[in-house]
Design a binder for this molecule. Sequence first.
Ligand SMILES: [Zn+2]
Length: 221
Amino acid sequence: MLRELKELATTAKQEGQAVAFGEIGLDYDRLGLCPKDIQREYFEKQLEIAVEVDLPLFLHSRAAHADFMGILRRFVDEGCLRRMGVVHSFTGTMQEMEQLVQEGWYVGVNGCSLKTEENLEVVRAIPLDRIMLETDGPWCEMRPSHASAPFVKDWEDTEGKRVKWVKKEKWVEGACVKGRNESVMMGKVAWAVAGIRGVSVREVCEAAWGNTVRVFGVGEV
Ligand SMILES: [Zn+2]
């Protein structure tokens, strides 16, 4: 299985289809799916492959910060982790964010990163040269009950009105399914982050774009 994963990553990199290795990491909110010791063991094995294939990392860490940092730090200290990467869908504390940034990692923000007032405080403090934006999966949309809601009201009133929303049974090309987060919501995430930080949408987008290009080697700055 790990051998196949390495082959897949190597081929995808060679053919220009992969710009990162992941997502991999630790999730202690889902121990029912996999216990901690197995997660740690395979996170390390996957990191070994990422190092060999030499791709930047796309990382996931949930309720596992100390173990997550410990494993990454060991790879960095041993000098084998040449590429850095992003810790996506960040929902950790201020201290955890600061530690990631201090140790060279980028922080990915999506709707899940904007649910509580504490989340917003953290997002305000991420250095602009370390922030990335994402939509993530279909269930990571911003909801009216989230702390982000007041910051996307303008978006809902303008951009949101241009989106055609339908129930999934009535989907047609060009429409969005109600309640399902999709890639086209990228602008809404940027809008929310700009409002929360009190800067322009352009400033947030240019920073996130530049960071993404720099880490993954895509597009142009
Ligand atoms: Zn994830």
